[in-house]
Design a protein around this ligand. Structure first.
Ligand code: NAP
Length: 415
């Protein structure tokens, strides 16, 4: 039996197990849950009500999530005197599937991002973000319904690896002097220094996940999004290794965009998906102007961060965008927005991002029936124009609901 410093494992429920290359999901899985900072408690309260009701409605008591509260951020600081205690890593690693609200990250100084630390320590190498339109949600574009992408963003490398040193520090000056002298460079003395590693390992496992997803879900293409014209040996290599992986492991099921025209007159052969690539800046334009030509997207960390928010903006903003950080088995689902501290404890903000992250989690457990109930009921609630402040300010004739009321409206709409 696993033991924790300050946590007590629920007495009911069972642990999710790894069997071969699959997860074995018990009917009453124990799922660790981090409430989060700022608006975290408000949205988590509403979301848990929605998830529990959907599971109850779908499985009539035969399945149920057993929640296990664990701590990070402010709540951990109050309980442990540190923002990310060992208990939290241990619980997620042991119970395999977990969910979290947003956590504060201090800008310029203070501690490192807790989200980044969790992703890197638990080796959650793919940040998976589906971006899809819910009918009725106000959007700044003419055809938001054309957006239906699944973004696989690399989660452990790139400038997010956290390898950087401040301007003027001993190591920075040492590095600058060494590089300038040895390689005849001209880095300014008053620079800060950061390192951007992108590896074959990190790239191939991400692209493998993206291609597998595309094949299993009947998607049409996987686009490698990179800035390889400028950063040739990191981003350019990401593109090359992505194509290489497709050829090595999926040659019978994939065709490159170049081959499509050279060999197949532009018509995709039955049962194959297209592997293509785009340069990151042009991708921002393409996703706006030729939205429906993009399907599954695999991208290094920083591009993925920008691109997923830009895609989310087209379908109603971050309040509606879900996400999950997924490794070989361990998965940590999370709202994609931050802690919005000015709205903390006002029961005001939109809990949809977290609710939909929970839908991703239910699908990861294979509990699609409960996930579908939530998707349908959320869509219905928006069509009834019963929405939180963020959508209300953009909709004509809508009724403004609190976070908790919006959760209740979704539950009512499950029928
Ligand atoms: P933010 O918390 O995402 O909030 C920015 C704005 O987005 C809010 O002021 C609000 O816009 C809107 N918004 C965010 N969540 C919303 C929701 N659920 N419903 C409706 N509107 C929502 O970004 P931030 O202010 O840049 O960051 C605050 C803190 O969160 C920082 O410490 C940051 O590091 C952290 N953060 C954490 C995560 C994470 O845990 N995964 C992600 C991003 C940021 P209006 O003011 O226009 O209403």
């Amino acid at each position: 039996m696993i033991e924790f410093d300050k946590l007590t494992v629920p007495t009911e429920g069972e642990k999710i197990e790894i069997e071969g290359d699959k997860l074995k999901i018990p009917d009453f899985p124990i799922i660790p849950c981090i409430e989060g900072d700022g608006i975290g408690p408000d949205i988590m309260r509403a979301a848990r009500g929605v998830w529990d009701s959907a599971v109850e409605k779908a499985y009539k008591g035969k399945k149920k999530i057993v929640w296990f509260d664990i701590y990070a951020g402010d709540s951990a600081n109050a309980k442990y005197g540190e923002v990310l205690p060992q208990d939290t890593f241990k619980a997620i690693e042991h119970f395999i599937v977990a969910i979290k609200g947003p956590l504060t990250t201090p800008v310029a100084g203070g501690y490192r991002s807790l989200n980044v630390t969790l992703r890197q320590t638990l080796n959650l190498y793919a940040c998976v973000r589906p971006v899809k339109y819910f009918k009725g949600v106000p959007s700044p574009v003419k055809h938001p319904e054309k957006m239906d992408v699944m973004i696989f963003r690399e989660n452990t490398e790139d400038v997010y690896a956290g390898i950087e040193w401040p301007q003027g520090s001993e190591i920075t000056l040492e590095l600058i002097h060494y590089l300038n002298k040895k390689y005849n460079l001209n880095i300014r003395e008053d620079s800060g220094i950061g390192i951007k590693p992108i590896s074959i390992t990190g790239t191939k496992r991400l692209v493998r996940k993206a291609i597998k997803y595309a094949l299993e879900h009947g998607r049409k293409s996987v686009t490698l999004d990179h800035k390889g014209n400028i950063m040739k040996y990191t981003e350019g290599a990401f593109r090359d290794w992505g194509y290489e992986l497709a050829k090595e492991e999926f040659s019978d099921k994939t065709v490159t965009e170049a081959e499509l025209w050279d060999k197949y007159e532009g018509k995709v052969p039955d049962g194959k998906i297209v592997i293509k690539d785009r340069i990151a800046d042009s991708m921002f334009q393409q996703i706006l102007t030729r939205t429906d030509e993009y399907d599954v997207i695999a991208t290094p960390n920083l591009n993925g961060d920008y691109l997923s928010d830009a895609c989310a903006a087209q379908v109603g903003g971050l309040g509606m965008a879900p996400g999950g950080n997924i490794g070989d088995f361990i998965a940590l689902f999370e709202a994609t927005h931050g802690t919005a501290p000015k709205y903390a404890n006002q029961d005001k903000v939109n809990p949809s991002s977290l609710i939909l992250s929970g839908v991703m989690m239910l699908e990861y457990l294979g509990w699609d029936k409960a996930g579908n109930l939530i998707n349908d009921a959320l869509g219905k609630t928006i069509m009834q124009k019963r929405v939180t402040y963020d959508l209300h300010r953009l909709m004509e004739g809508a009724t403004k609901l609190k976070t908790s009321e919006f959760g209740t409206a979704i539950i009512e709409n499950m029928g």
